[in-house]
Design a protein around this ligand. Structure first.
Ligand code: PMP
Length: 446
């Protein structure tokens, strides 16, 4: 059987087990563009959109009563598990007393202190999404440095941030292939460099016109790519020498440890962005800055400047309550211990399957997050990763195969996240499904 036939078989199986989702998908088509409230919801390998019913811990249920071991966790907002009672209580209590006032609540001071203590930067602001936080910091970085250029890494994703929708092709920064609706040339003010290439970073900084380097500590949106030893130490030193700020986007790498990769690896950025899971999945994000950068930002603002930054709901009382509950009760050291141990076990078991089946794949692992990469060695940059990501049929087949065996992983690539509620049985089911797929796949490709 070819991969195409396997996909056809699995598509049939999916449709047989998801009749209510299929019917509901037709109803969605009537008034939602793309047939869903947001078009990414259609990016799964499933032939029709899965209609979610319930989420509890690491289990998701759909309206056909299928249950899934959820290793996607909403692509990270549910990193500490779905339906956490601590978050539900905090949000509901605040909603009863008023959702948003454009005023701080009593709890805000404590939440600021919790952020400072945990992440090691003294001053914070909130937004509704990590995209907004990145956009805000890029603007502040340009304001305080008086420089226009930002440096990002090829293959990056920092959300709906025009400045970052670029890639490196034939040594030049280009808008992302196929990008629609882009009317200004962001390549004039954004420079993309290859991850782990310290020489390229040095060259990108050499003209002295860089306001900030914006990066994930480990890349997680172009497959997963880890920094080489000492990369960040050297990159930090280069940025400082060039007078550029280092902004680390920990939106995904918060899964590395309680203080993100920054704390775990002893990094010293000027600014941090943390979104998605920071409010237990409730829509909120935060950005934090060093004392020095905080002073400069305050000076830029108080010198009569108009920031042009913000949205009415930023800092809303429910979001603050959810962040407080997350930091105090949910994202605890004990929770991380369980997540990290679970991910270690998952990675060891996946690597054993890969070895047993002699697959030309590897597993990249950081903290509670892991990725199966269709390449024998972990890629060091986006150019090396792209051939692995281009195996579209294999990617589609494995995702669909997993869905049909009750396993969800991030729809865009092979990324898995372990939450505090993830059980050994769930890990074993995922590994068994990958193993049986590999057996069929090996049989097919023989
Ligand atoms: N930064 C990173 C590293 C991300 O992975 C994402 C989303 N995948 C974002 C920012 C944007 O987050 P949001 O969609 O919440 O704006």
């Amino acid at each position: 059987m070819s991969l195409a036939n396997l996909i056809a078989r699995e598509t049939q199986r999916f449709l047989e087990t998801h009749p209510k989702s299929a019917a509901q998908a037709k109803a969605l088509d009537a008034h939602w563009l793309f047939g869903a409230p947001f078009h990414w919801m259609k990016d799964w390998a499933a032939p029709v959109v899965i209609i979610a019913e319930d989420g509890e811990g690491a289990v998701l249920t759909d309206i056909d009563d299928n249950t899934y071991d959820d290793f996607c966790l909403g692509d990270t907002p549910g990193m500490f598990g779905h339906g956490r009672p601590e978050i539900a209580r905090a949000v509901a209590e605040q909603a009863r007393r008023g959702a948003t006032f454009m005023l701080p609540t009593q709890e805000s001071a404590e939440v600021g202190a919790l952020l400072a203590e945990r992440f090691g930067l003294p001053f914070w602001q909130t937004t509704l999404s990590a995209s907004d936080a990145n956009r805000a910091l890029i603007r502040w970085a340009r304001a305080v440095t008086g420089k226009s250029v930002i440096v990002v890494f090829d293959g990056c994703y920092h959300g709906m941030v025009e400045d970052c929708l670029v890639e490196l092709r034939h040594g030049r920064t280009r808008p992302d292939a196929g990008l629609i609706g882009q009317v200004f040339d962001m390549t004039r003010t954004t420079r993309a460099v290859s991850f782990n290439d310290i020489g390229a970073l040095e060259a990108a900084l050499a003209q002295g016109d860089v306001a900030a380097v914006l990066a994930e500590p480990a890349m997680t949106n172009c497959g997963m790519i880890l920094p080489e030893p000492n990369f960040w130490k050297r990159a930090q030193a280069l940025a400082t020498k060039a007078g550029a700020l280092l902004i680390l986007d920990e939106t995904h790498t918060l899964s590395t440890g309680p203080g993100g990769a920054t704390k775990t690896w002893g990094l010293a950025p000027d600014a941090l962005v943390i979104g998605k899971a920071i409010a237990g999945g409730f829509p909120a994000a935060v950005w934090g800055v060093s004392a020095e950068l905080g002073e400069k930002i305050t000076a830029a603002k108080t010198s009569g400047g108009r920031s042009g930054i913000g949205t009415t709901l930023a800092g809303n009382a429910m979001g603050i309550a959810a962040i407080g509950a997350t930091l105090r009760e949910v994202a605890t050291a004990e929770a991380y211990d369980v997540m990290l141990a679970g991910a270690e076990a998952l990675v060891a078991k996946l690597r054993a399957v890969i070895a047993k089946r002699a697959l030309p794949w590897c597993v990249v692992h950081v903290g509670a997050r892991a990725e199966i990469v269709f390449a024998p060695e972990p890629p060091r940059n986006a150019a090396e990763m792209r051939p692995a990501l281009a195996q579209g049929e294999l990617n589609h087949a494995l995702h669909l195969y997993l869905i049909n065996r009750g396993v969800l992983i991030a729809p865009f690539h092979m990324m898995m996240l372990v939450c505090p509620a993830t059980t050994t049985q769930q890990i074993d089911r995922l590994v068994a499904a990958v193993d049986s797929f590999a057996e069929e796949f090996a049989r097919e490709s023989a």
